[in-house]
Design a protein around this ligand. Sequence first.
Ligand SMILES: NC(=O)c1ccc[n+]([C@@H]2O[C@H](COP(=O)([O-])OP(=O)(O)OC[C@H]3O[C@@H](n4cnc5c(N)ncnc54)[C@H](OP(=O)(O)O)[C@@H]3O)[C@@H](O)[C@H]2O)c1
Length: 291
Amino acid sequence: MIVITGATGALGGATVEHLLKCLSADQIGVSVRDVAKAQQFADRGVRVRRGSYDDPAALRDSFEGAEQILLVSQNDPGGDGISLHRNAIEAAVAEGTQRILYTSHQNARGDSPFAPSHEHAATEALLAESGVAWTSLRNGFYAHSLDWLLGPWQQTGVITAPADGPVSWTDRADAAEAAAIILTGQHPVDGPVTLTARRAVTFDDIATTAAELTGRDITRVVIDDEQWLADRIAAGTPEQMAHLLLWFFHAARHGHFSETDPLLAELLHREPRTVADLLTDRINTRVPNTM
Ligand SMILES: NC(=O)c1ccc[n+]([C@@H]2O[C@H](COP(=O)([O-])OP(=O)(O)OC[C@H]3O[C@@H](n4cnc5c(N)ncnc54)[C@H](OP(=O)(O)O)[C@@H]3O)[C@@H](O)[C@H]2O)c1
């Protein structure tokens, strides 16, 4: 059995959907905080058990019989991710799991200006010490984060943001499909692997692409960090989230998210989605770029 955590979230849920296309439902389990939210999987024959990273007994029960586990990283910026992930890894080891896959982040390192990177690096160290085979999916920065970072450029024709750097923006649905491909043994990989789009682009590049796609002038304006932070908070972005977004710019301008790797394309047997694909979707659906 393959057990997916975070299956009531976006990446975990999409991974289950991919697994259902190539495995029978009784080979798949989900470990979720709220089993009611996973009813659609239970209805299709997937084993649904309660599992929360702060509840070791429930985790063990939800991991019972799992040969592989996809451990989706916790998503609370104020949470103690290292302790929570340690609980999950210990439960997996106790249940005799043969491999743990973990959703990490590209360039996970303890000294990154982007704080979530520290949690990912520490979790990878726990996996390395666990004695169980492990794969760390160092996913590229999710491209849909641009919905929050670019601001309302479709309305204003201006992308106003702090100084940035090249980022290999990666589609979350592509990352979920890649996780399923690895879990089903179609392309086994071991240890930390980087899964990104083919190209790293800056906000200047994105403004150029947006102008080409819309036929309008789209201007990139660099704004002072503190001004941007104050504007965001004044516009209603929660303070903790606004700081997290600013750390992104600090890390990006030092090249922390510029790495690209061909592995994602190799796993998918197609080109990963690009920022131009995302912008095209947004232009067609007129999704507002605000947070
Ligand atoms: N590469 C990137 O750019 C990037 C960007 C953002 C996030 N991430 C990371 O990637 C992960 C997956 O992304 P996503 O978009 O699928 O996030 P998501 O939709 O927020 O899903 C996260 C899932 O993790 C579960 N979860 C959170 N804390 C948990 C806990 N203490 N115990 C058990 N389950 C817990 C959530 O459960 P509930 O459904 O009960 O809430 C949810 O199902 C995120 O959690 C985050 O760590 C990466």
